[in-house]
Design a protein around this ligand. Structure first.
Ligand code: CMP
Length: 139
């Protein structure tokens, strides 16, 4: 079924100027970028987006990392987009990521892991609404 998911290209990837390489992988996997913007999050932005992780020991470091440079937020559309994007991203920890995935090829560490992707259709809708206005999605 055609779905939408939220993708974020993280500061480690914008810093190394590899956003195009990452987008190519997403497109090759059958995903279509229907909204995209490059922004720099404030601490409040990052804390709000990752609120679900606020009790985790890595939360403060995660917020600090995600505000350390620009990010590229995207809405991706395609067949089973949530699962498709998670497959092409690879495991959270690049040490566990399958060969050929974005994180296996580009991630530096579990924190600087180049991309975020929604983990469910339900969370995708929430995250898309946090990052984009409806009229910014052009399918
Ligand atoms: P992401 O998909 O953006 O969701 C939360 C992020 O926290 C995750 O990717 C990782 O980059 C980051 N993170 C940092 N440390 C850990 C950890 N120990 N376990 C899981 N995620 C972590």
């Amino acid at each position: 079924m055609a779905e939408r998911t939220l993708s974020i290209i993280k500061p480690d990837a914008t810093r190394r100027n590899i956003t195009g390489k990452i987008i190519a992988k997403l497109e090759e996997a059958g995903l279509r970028v229907i909204a995209q913007k490059r922004v720099k999050w404030s601490t409040a932005d990052a804390e709000a987006f990752y609120a679900v992780h606020k009790e985790r020991p890595f939360f403060a470091d995660l917020v600090s990392f995600m505000t350390s440079g620009p990010i590229v937020m995207q809405v991706l559309e395609g067949e089973d987009a949530v699962a498709c994007n998670r497959e092409v991203m690879g495991a959270t920890n690049p040490a566990d990521a399958a060969a050929g995935t974005i994180r296996a090829e580009f991630a530096e560490s579990i924190e600087a892991n180049s991309v975020h992707g929604s983990d469910s259709v339900e969370n995708a809708a929430i995250e898309i609404a946090q990052c984009f206005k409806p009229e910014e999605l052009v399918g």
